[in-house]
Design a protein around this ligand. Structure first.
Ligand code: AR6
Length: 309
């Protein structure tokens, strides 16, 4: 999956590069910076001393030494001063500069902490939004896998705007005895249906992608799935996805609830009101919000599997 939110200690990840939320001296500090220096050992500080510091919004790269990652990219996030001092632009620049540096060093996998969201005081929900949109933008024309690492879940606050309506929807769907029966499928013509009786999951998917006019590349980005996986689908008529992957495919096609159920059935899955994951997915489809990043943000907040492959 090109962009994934995970909960972990960044110093344990076996990726090509991890990003450090450093300060302008690059000589270590608290938070994730302290963790990275402790785990990498004293040679990291020796190399950092030779770098001559780093400006806010910029990034510099070193080796990873005793870390499982090959490189550490040090970036300096803005200190939160209320939002009127260019914080957003500087934070966006941190992610961009780090990703450009990672690419220049041929990294294929990169992990970020939530820059500025600790000691530097950036509101976590805004820091998360900036991280997600900037990384997503970059991934539109670059082949990388990026992990956004959330360390302290207790302090992870999801944007209220996104979370409250979903929470209300889940309550309504899972607690009431008389859950509404899904609307009957709009009849598309018997001939049409009979003609498609034997269509497999991958055939239906590929047909719908063709109908949508998207290229494979555009579609993969939108579904947050890897191109390699997609080639497998192109070559294997009987390909069976996992449920989160099948749903990611439906979301990227902006299918209605009924169309989503149809596609899922092809892979042997259904949507049930007894499952929080399913109700969250239904909510987003019914409200026609097909932004996979926002959906994953909410799934993450409710401790559910994320969409994608
Ligand atoms: N793995 C992943 N994320 C972590 C880890 C970890 N091991 N440890 C903390 N975080 P912060 P900043 C999260 O304060 O706000 C330092 O002193 C943490 O929960 O590390 O950019 C520097 O030297 C938070 O969400 O960085 C600077 O002076 C996020 O990492 C200053 O802090 C960033 O929190 C930089 O402050």
């Amino acid at each position: 999956m090109p962009l994934q939110i995970i909960r972990s200690d960044i110093t344990t990840l076996e990726v090509d590069a991890i990003v450090n939320a450093a300060n302008p001296t690059l000589l270590g500090g608290g938070g994730v910076d302290g963790c990275i220096h402790r785990a990498a050992g004293p040679k990291l500080l020796e190399e950092c001393r030779r770098l001559g510091g780093c400006e806010t919004g910029q990034a510099k790269i070193t080796k990873g030494y005793q870390l499982p990652s090959k490189y550490v990219i040090h970036t300096v996030g803005p200190i939160w001063r209320g939002g009127g001092s260019g914080e957003r632009e500087l934070l966006t620049s941190c992610y961009r500069a780090s990703l450009q540096l990672a690419e220049a060093h041929h990294c294929k996998t990169v992990a970020f902490p939530l820059i500025s969201a600790g000691v530097y005081g950036y509101p976590k929900d805004q820091a998360l939004q900036i991280a997600l949109t900037t990384i997503d933008d970059f991934l539109r024309d670059h082949e990388l896998t990026v992990y956004l690492v959330i360390f302290d879940r207790r302090s992870f606050l999801l944007s209220e705007q996104l979370l409250s309506p979903v929470a209300a929807y889940i309550d309504a769907r899972t607690n009431t005895a008389a859950t509404p029966v899904p609307r009957a499928a709009v009849c598309q013509g018997l001939q049409d249906r009979l003609g498609r009786l034997d269509e497999s999951f991958s055939e239906m998917l590929l047909r719908k992608i063709d109908e949508s006019g998207m290229t494979d590349a555009q579609y993969c980005k939108k579904a947050n799935v890897d191109r390699t996986l997609f080639s497998k689908i192109r070559s294997d008529r009987l390909y069976r996805p996992s449920k989160p992957t099948a749903i990611a495919f439906a979301i990227a096609l902006e299918l209605s609830l009924e169309e989503t159920r149809d596609l899922l059935r092809k892979a042997g899955f259904s949507l049930s009101h007894a499952s929080k994951f399913d109700v969250i997915i239904e909510y987003f489809i019914e409200t026609r919000n097909y932004n996979i990043l926002e959906i994953n943000e909410v799934l993450f907040a409710f401790d559910q599997s994320l969409l994608g492959a």
